[in-house]
Design a protein around this ligand. Structure first.
Ligand SMILES: CCCCCC/C=C/CC(=O)SCCNC(=O)CCNC(=O)[C@H](O)C(C)(C)COP(=O)(O)OP(=O)(O)OC[C@H]1O[C@@H](n2cnc3c(N)ncnc32)[C@H](O)[C@@H]1OP(=O)(O)O
Length: 716
């Protein structure tokens, strides 16, 4: 709701009440409409201030209402009515003014903010555009170029930047509501025409068409297949070329299309998934709200390869003191040179001051004795990690949390060699660790709630999306990746080319197909893991069935030929020398595949785009169902957040489990059955999937409850 009060000196104060962010629910909109009417009718009122309760102006439209029928007064006429008021109206912005919240402020005649406030039009991230006049008013206020940036990226800006851009009239370090009240009193009675943004022309650069074309091609490239960024550019083209009323009509049309699109539903699901994963729970009953996290101020990182360096930077950026340990002198010297520069660059990118002198480098493991938390990031080799954990357990003071950045090795085994297994968890970062948002926090049966809570809290401080997952080979992300990669290799055996497979996946929305991705990360990473698992290497027969399953030796043979990907200039594609980035099809690979097929008596067939997607994606999704069934992930949102934030799954498709729901569980089951083969266990439909289909395919939001019930009745 919204409350109305009259302050001394003829100022009406309208306060939005809808915790936690004063979203514009039906009740709030009704409250605003009523309060504005009252202010208009009251002859003693000469000016109006709109603010939000509890130091938060407004977080925008109430996203939870989007799923149901729109009730209450519509936003657009409400906003128009505010702009039309003939008494000065000021928005007093504290905390946030986002989306519809900023659009409400843009309808006010003046905007005054606290210096810590954050403003933005993030609708594009929810699959929408600023559909309450924001796409037409903002460019009229700050010019087309700046509005294009804010609206197509959805980025939040500080009050200082908003002031510079011209969004705000004043910024204060003290009380923004008091200042706004004082301000509107001082301008009461002055003409308002020039303050009504809808009446202003849109300031545009002379080459407006080329600017719009440039931005359009940039957004199409940045977010392949996403509708909202394209619609945002179209709405801004209307702002630049049409009178306000026609621009609003265009905004309405575009918004209506987006609002009913699957992409908007997917992006809104992704918004809530990100919040759901923060409310973690473990099978033991420990939860985010009944477990206490320790506040870490001093940490250590062991191993300063690519991952270790990124983790050091991520920790240092939060202001944590870091002891960075590397026992190989050459690697240590290089890290001591490179890490401070990385820190400075990343701080600059985030517009932060570089934290001074928080990192100390050492070659001696004894130097970690005083820290509160250690993250081990040595080479992915179990015997080495066991040695490190044993050593840490004796060097660190009792109570130190010991974490491993392993991407899939057994956390329980590491915990078992320490004196306090309850204080061991996995913290699986993704490269580059200071940039990528995902953090898998891996708990074993002995991990204490405190250890999980601390790792999750630390992840949050580092700006990560932490997802608590159970311990199993590959955890969630890499476990699901395995059948996906496997199918991609099988497709090559059967007649596809790397480019064909990649194009299908990139068309779906992945920033990179599976083979381009393998070339980037290095083909030797998987090779080493397969060697450790006894799947390849000296003495292993070169057949297409290994350990009782279909196996493709293609990637091993690529490595044996020295084709390790971008770093060697050759992999599934060819590059302009080692480290080259532009992938070109390589005739060598085509001959290699033809020879391989001939050797194994395989006849190449033509493979459709649909088959590529079904086999790669449904195999991955099926493993997701197995993971839910095994309680390694608490719910589909956890899996979806992992894939969106760590594996390039297109956000506008919600995540693999959301996608399964959209495609239809019955269809996924039917296609898996069709592609299934006795020696490809990954394609055997999971029991959970079968049970969901048998239960009438409930929507993804109901799966968690379904799984819990099935578990109680021992059906899973
Ligand atoms: C044709 C039809 C025309 C209709 C026109 C409709 C126009 C729509 C335009 C819009 O306004 S779309 C919404 C734009 N706003 C946003 O995108 C803001 C989203 N929120 C955030 O970015 C953050 O929540 C925050 C405001 C920056 C606060 O961050 P913080 O980290 O402090 O808290 P959170 O954990 O993120 O959120 C707390 C709590 O609040 C819920 N929530 C936040 N924003 C909204 C919202 N706009 N609507 C509903 N609920 C919201 C969030 O889900 C959390 O709830 P939980 O239950 O604790 O998980």
């Amino acid at each position: 709701m919204a409350t109305y009060s009259r302050l001394p000196g003829s100022v009406a104060l309208i306060t939005l009440h809808n915790p936690p962010v004063n979203a514009l629910s039906a009740a709030v909109r009704q409250g605003i409409v009523d309060a504005v009417q009252r202010a208009l009718k009251d002859p003693k009122v000469t000016s109006v201030v709109i603010c939000g309760q509890n130091g938060k102006f407004c977080g925008g439209a109430d996203i939870r209402e989007f799923a149901g029928p729109m009730l209450g007064p519509p936003l657009v006429p409400m906003i128009h009515a505010i702009e039309a008021v003939d008494k000065p109206v000021a928005a007093a912005i504290e905390g946030v003014a986002l989306g519809g919240g900023l659009e409400l402020a843009l309808a006010c005649h003046y905007r005054i903010a606290h210096s810590k406030a954050v403003l933005g039009l993030p609708e594009v991230t929810l699959g929408l555009l600023p559909g309450a006049g924001g796409s037409q008013r903002l460019p009229r206020l700050i010019g087309l170029t700046a509005a294009l940036d804010l609206i197509t990226t959805g980025r939040h800006v500080s009050a200082a930047e908003a002031l510079k851009l011209g969004v705000l009239d004043q910024v204060t370090d003290s009380n923004a509501v008091d200042l706004a009240v004082e301000f509107v009193r001082s301008v009461a009675g002055q003409p308002l025409d020039s303050r009504r943004l809808s009446t202003l022309p849109c300031p545009c650069p002379p080459d407006v068409d080329s600017l719009l074309d440039k931005v359009m091609s940039k957004v199409r490239q940045r977010s392949r297949g996403a509708l909202a960024p394209v619609a945002c550019v179209r709405a801004l083209r209307a702002a630049a070329s049409l009178p306000y009323a026609q621009g609003m009509e265009k905004e309405r049309e575009l918004m209506a299309t987006l609002f009913n699109s699957g992409q908007a539903r997917a992006l809104q699901y992704a918004f809530f998934s990100q919040r759901v994963v923060g409310k973690w729970s473990l099978p033991s009953g420990a939860r985010w709200d009944n477990s206490t996290a320790r506040i870490i101020s001093k940490a250590a990182v062991i191993g300063l390869g690519t991952m270790g360096r990124g983790i050091v930077v991520a920790l240092a950026l939060t202001g944590i003191s870091v002891v960075a340990v590397e026992t190989q002198e050459k690697q240590l010297a290089e890290a001591s040179r490179v890490v401070p520069a990385m820190l400075q660059r990343e701080a600059g990118r985030r517009r932060l001051a570089t934290p001074p002198g928080v990192i100390s480098f050492s070659s001696n493991l004894q130097d970690v004795s005083e820290v509160e938390l250690v993250i081990e990031a040595v080479f992915e080799d179990m015997s080495l990690k066991l040695q490190v954990f044993k050593h840490l357990s004796s060097v660190c003071r009792p109570g130190t949390l010991l974490c491993s950045n392993t991407s899939g090795l057994d956390i329980d085994q590491l915990a078992a060699v320490t004196q306090s297994p309850g204080l061991v968890v996995g913290m699986h970062f993704f490269a580059p660790a200071h940039v990528m948002k995902l953090l898998e926090v891996v708990y074993g049966p002995r991990s204490s709630p405190e250890a999980v809570a601390t790792a999750m809290q630390l992840g949050k401080r580092m700006g990560k999306v932490g997802v608590a997952v159970g311990n199993c080979p590959g955890f969630v992300g890499n476990r699901m990746l395995k059948p996906y990669l496997e199918q991609a290799n099988f497709l090559l055996e059967e007649g596809a080319t790397p480019r064909q497979v990649d194009e299908a996946l990139e068309e779906f929305g992945f920033p990179m197909g599976v083979f381009r991705m393998s070339d980037l990360s290095g083909l030797d990473v998987g090779w080493r893991i397969r060697k450790e698992a006894g799947l390849t290497g000296p003495g292993v027969e070169s057949t297409r069935t290994r350990q009782g399953r279909r196996y493709s030796p293609l990637p091993d043979q690529m490595c044996e030929a020295g084709r390790l990907g971008q770093k060697t200039g050759k992999g599934w594609y060819q590059y302009d020398g080692p480290g080259g980035r532009v992938a070109r099809s390589d005739p060598w690979v085509h001959i290699f595949l033809e020879t391989y097929r001939a050797e194994h008596g395989l006849v190449a067939r033509s493979i459709t785009l649909e088959e590529i997607l079904e086999r790669c994606l449904y195999a991955l999704i099926n493993e997701g169902f197995n993971i839910l069934q095994d309680a390694v992930a608490a719910g589909p949102e956890d899996i979806d957040a992992i894939y969106v934030f760590g594996y390039g799954w297109p956000r506008h498709r919600g995540g693999p489990m959301f996608h399964a729901d959209q495609v239809g569980l019955g269809r996924i089951l039917q296609r898996l059955n069709q592609h299934s083969h006795p020696d490809v266990p990954h394609l055997k439909p999971s029991t959970l999937l079968r049970r969901l289909v048998a239960a009438g395919s409930p929507p993804v939001q109901k799966w968690r409850e379904f799984i819990n019930k099935e578990r109680v009745h021992s059906q899973l």
